[in-house]
Every structure is written in structure tokens, then in C-alpha cells.
Design a protein around this ligand. Structure first.
Ligand SMILES: NC(=O)c1ccc[n+]([C@@H]2O[C@H](COP(=O)([O-])OP(=O)(O)OC[C@H]3O[C@@H](n4cnc5c(N)ncnc54)[C@H](OP(=O)(O)O)[C@@H]3O)[C@@H](O)[C@H]2O)c1
Length: 288
């Protein structure tokens, strides 16, 4: 029986992991939230982890409020960088395997081709910097860790773009959505499934991997349009530019992740973003 600690228990990804890992008889999982495992209290993290004696840690918890992060530089650095450093150090000291969840926001968005794992990182906002520093700390303190970079995460749990759009589509006849930022959505349930495959693989294969749903890169406008088309909402969606939708934090213009490496290494196929979006929307409809 493997003991697995999952941080960020109420987050989108951890909530999906709870569903996926429940099906596995060989895993005993402990989901830790803010109360049990407050990341800003970096000095107590080793002691808390010691109480659970994990074989594996899946570190999903993070300060994820991208705009607010611009105003809270110390908090975002402590939570995303310094706490990750502590967790990584614990893992090496106690021979624990670590999966650190990272982000497409470690890139600056200047690439014109899908981003492979060896493309140079260069974050352009405070959140991206903090997650990037977290990655560097993890690579330094736990060189055998797996770093999983993902993008545009959504789920039936928590708050995300899909749920915000559904809400706005109920209220408005017209919506303006940014049409010059390119990426790929990730259904957190699919990512949780991929993590389960990694955990069950014969061999632990450390390194950086990218994971987003399969497809050509799309814009937020395309994503919103697909949500409208699937749900048959009567709303007009108008494309706007990044400059027209001013936000505190810079966003990468292009952060389409190339997920070939994870598929080849662990021998599985990632579902298309369209199929997964339909699946999540069907689930939302049947549970609401
Ligand atoms: N969401 C995205 O679009 C996206 C894109 C790329 C990468 N990622 C990365 O993917 C991972 C999972 O994302 P997600 O969407 O599941 O995130 P999420 O839904 O925002 O959940 C993050 C979790 O972290 C917890 N947390 C925040 N500050 C904490 C603190 N100081 N101490 C302890 N726990 C704290 C939150 O607790 P509360 O519930 O108590 O607030 C929350 O449960 C994160 O590492 C994120 O950086 C996300």
C-alpha cells in the first residue's frame, strides 16, 4: 500500500484526484487543506508531512489568484516558492517521490510553436515568477521529482473560466472575450487520470512534462464560443484584444503546451479539448 499526500484538498485538481484515486486499492490518500497544511507557515511543513509518512506527495496547492499576486508579492513567493522548497527538501531527506504541479505561465508567450519541455522559461507576471522559482527549488532540492506543467485548468469543482462563462451567458446577451491569447484548456479530471497513470507506471521517470488537452491551440474567444455552442446558449460573443481587456497581471500571448512527451513516456493518449469540455458540461448539467 502506497501512502499519498495530496496538498490543496479543496482545489480543482485535488478534488478530481480524490475521485480518480479512490478507485485505486493500492493507494491510501491523505488530502491536506489550508488548515492542516498552511503553506505560508513554511517552518512547520516538514513536521506535518512527518505525521503522514507519505511515499508520494502530489503538490497541487498554490496561490493561484494571478491578478491579486501582483499586489501580494511576499505571499505568492512564500506560498508558491518557499513552501515548495520545503516540500522538495522533505522529499529528498525522506526518500519520498514528488509531483509538483506547475504552469504555462512560466513562459513569456513569445513562442510561435507549441511549447516543449526544453523551451526557455521566462515568466512575465508575479504568479509565473513564483511558480518558476518553485520549479527551480524543486529541481534543486528534489532532482528526482516530476514537474507537471499544465494550462487553462477547469473542472466542475471550484471556479474557472468555463463556470464564469456559463454564469455570464445566463445574464448577458453579449459577451466580449479576448481573442489574441492562445493556449489549450485542461480538464482537471483528465490531468488527475494522467497522474494516476504516472503513479502506477512500473518505473518512476523524473523530469518536466507538459499536460494540456489535445488539439490545436485556441483563444479564450474560441473556448467561450465552444462553451456556448455545446450548451446552446443564446449569446453573442465578440472578440476583443488583450489591450481592450486590461488586467493587473500580464498574460502570455501564446502558451500552447506540447504534451507529446508525457504521452510517449507513459504510453497513453490525452483526450481532445472538445471531448473533455463536452464531458464536463454534461456532468455539470446532470449534477445541477
Ligand atoms: N487553474 C489554472 O488554470 C492553472 C493553470 C496552470 C497551472 N495551475 C497549477 O495547477 C495546480 C492546481 O491548480 P487548481 O486549479 O487546482 O488550483 P485551485 O483550484 O486554485 O486550488 C488551489 C488550492 O491551493 C490552496 N491554497 C492556496 N493557498 C494556500 C495556503 N497558503 N496554504 C494551503 N493551501 C493553500 C487553496 O486552498 P483554499 O481552497 O482553502 O483556498 C486551494 O484549495 C496549482 O499548482 C496551479 O498553480 C493551475
Amino acid at each position: 500500500m502506497k501512502r499519498i499526500v495530496v496538498t490543496g484538498k479543496n482545489g480543482q485538481l485535488a478534488s478530481e484526484l480524490r475521485i480518480i484515486l479512490k478507485k485505486e486499492e493500492n493507494f491510501e490518500c491523505f488530502f491536506l487543506g489550508r488548515n492542516e497544511f498552511p503553506l505560508e507557515e513554511t517552518k512547520i511543513l516538514h513536521d506535518v508531512l512527518g505525521m503522514y509518512q507519505p511515499d508520494i506527495i502530489i503538490h497541487t496547492a498554490a496561490y493561484t489568484a494571478v491578478d491579486q499576486a501582483e499586489e501580494e508579492l511576499d505571499a505568492v513567493n512564500t506560498i508558491n516558492h518557499l513552501a515548495s522548497e520545503q516540500i522538495a527538501e522533505y522529499c529528498t531527506l525522506h526518500n519520498v517521490k514528488l509531483i509538483y504541479i506547475s504552469t504555462d505561465y512560466v513562459f513569456d508567450g513569445t513562442s510561435e510553436v507549441p511549447l516543449t519541455e526544453n523551451i526557455k522559461t521566462h515568466p512575465i507576471n508575479a504568479y509565473g515568477h513564483s511558480k518558476h522559482r518553485g520549479e527551480i527549488a524543486v529541481r534543486h532540492f528534489a532532482p528526482r521529482a516530476i514537474i507537471l506543467r499544465t494550462s487553462w485548468v477547469y473542472s466542475s469543482f471550484g471556479n474557472n473560466f468555463v463556470k464564469t462563462m456559463l454564469h455570464l451567458m445566463e445574464e448577458k446577451k453579449k459577451l466580449q472575450v479576448v481573442a489574441d491569447q492562445w493556449g489549450l484548456p485542461t480538464y482537471a479530471r483528465d490531468l488527475a487520470q494522467a497522474i494516476s497513470i504516472i503513479l502506477k507506471a512500473d518505473k518512476w521517470m523524473p523530469g518536466i512534462y507538459h499536460y494540456a488537452n489535445r488539439g490545436e491551440g485556441i483563444t479564450w474567444f474560441d473556448f467561450a464560443s465552444a462553451i456556448r455552442d455545446i450548451t446552446k446558449k443564446e449569446v453573442q460573443i465578440l472578440p476583443i484584444t488583450t489591450e481592450e481587456f486590461v488586467r493587473p497581471a500580464n498574460r502570455p500571448k501564446y502558451s500552447v503546451l506540447d504534451s507529446s512527451k508525457i504521452q510517449k513516456t507513459f504510453n497513453f493518449e490525452i483526450p481532445s479539448w472538445q471531448k473533455s469540455l463536452e464531458e464536463m458540461l454534461t456532468l455539470l448539467k446532470t449534477t445541477n
